[in-house]
Design a protein around this ligand. Structure first.
Ligand SMILES: Cc1cc2nc3c(=O)[nH]c(=O)nc-3n(C[C@H](O)[C@H](O)[C@H](O)COP(=O)(O)OP(=O)(O)OC[C@H]3O[C@@H](n4cnc5c(N)ncnc54)[C@H](O)[C@@H]3O)c2cc1C
Length: 259
């Protein structure tokens, strides 16, 4: 049941110089926030969130950062990858007005959640936070689902000049959001949690994963919470009690790496 299913990449799109989207046939049901284990034959198997959810077709959107993602980036339409999943819990999408905050590639996995909010007539505002405007992607996609879009760039090349969290602080003081959903650098998500004092909060965490199914414990945080099974989405109440959140992650050998 947990062995990879081989899938052909049916569509490949270059989103920017470091980010690509692959689509493939995968009829299993998924919800926004869940992830796959993607096997790049001869290289590695890595976790990747679902970035497109259609009945029979799914997609992933990824940034090349190291060996596995660079090898994946070199693939294209017609190439084959191995896919396990869906894994993880996913987002709970409810309420009246959701503020989504995506930092860097984290924006990709928020897209299906914004789309689902649109389908459920929930009003969405999204902050897309990137270092510079050449890293932006999915703007048109968010426009199509009727979300109010705010862009922040560290260098001021587009939209608000500064961090996504500073922009979020401004929006949170002006509007009444029923929840905040986020994915991005953990430091960003930690600052955001501190801003969302009484607002329901959900954040999708990234930890080094090996099995993806809760056996190896490589991705444990706090008191034995497995990011691959109990997460990757955790609510604010849980995160407030996890001492590693926003402080450190672990590498492949289990060594602590401070953010
Ligand atoms: C549940 C989950 C969902 C994920 N979904 C996505 C997704 O949708 N899209 C996506 O692009 N990535 C996603 N990731 C991260 C992705 O799995 C890693 O980027 C990948 O494992 C890196 O493998 P690598 O061999 O290319 O790099 P490695 O050789 O493992 O790392 C190379 C270098 O890049 C750094 N690095 C590792 N990950 C990241 C990162 N995310 N950002 C910046 N630097 C990093 C490492 O610290 C190291 O210095 C997800 C991770 C998890 C746990």
């Amino acid at each position: 049941m947990n062995s990879p299913q081989i899938a052909k990449i049916t569509e490949a799109k270059t989103e920017n110089k470091d980010v690509k989207t692959f689509m493939f046939e995968y009829p299993k049901k998924m919800i926004p926030g869940q992830f796959f284990m993607i096997w790049i034959p001869g290289v590695d198997e890595i976790p990747m969130s679902v970035s497109y959810i259609d009945k029979d077709v799914k997609g992933i959107t990824f940034r090349k950062v190291g060996e596995a993602t660079n090898a994946l980036f070199d693939l294209g339409k017609g190439d084959k990858i191995g896919i396990r999943g869906p894994y993880g819990n996913g987002f709970k999408i409810n309420g009246k007005q959701i503020l989504f905050v995506g930092g860097g590639t984290g924006v990709a996995m928020l897209a299906p959640a914004v789309e689902e909010a649109g389908i459920n007539n929930i009003s969405s505002t999204i902050i897309i936070g990137v270092k510079s405007s050449n890293e932006l992607f999915f703007e048109d996609r968010f426009k199509k689902c009727g979300a109010e879009i705010h862009i922040s760039t560290d260098d001021g090349s587009k939209g608000y000049k500064g961090f996504a969290t500073d922009l979020a602080d401004e929006l949170l003081s002006k509007e009444k959001f029923t929840s905040v959903l986020t994915c991005g650098p953990e430091i960003m998500m930690k600052s955001l949690l501190d801003l969302c004092k009484n607002i329901p909060f959900q954040a999708s965490l990234e930890r080094y994963m090996k099995c993806g199914v809760g056996i190896c414990s490589q991705c444990c945080i706090g008191e034995g919470l497995r990011v691959c099974v109990e997460g990757p989405v955790f609510d604010g109440k849980t995160l407030k009690n996890i001492e590693d959140f926003g402080v450190y992650k672990r590498d492949a050998a289990g060594r602590k790496i401070r953010f």
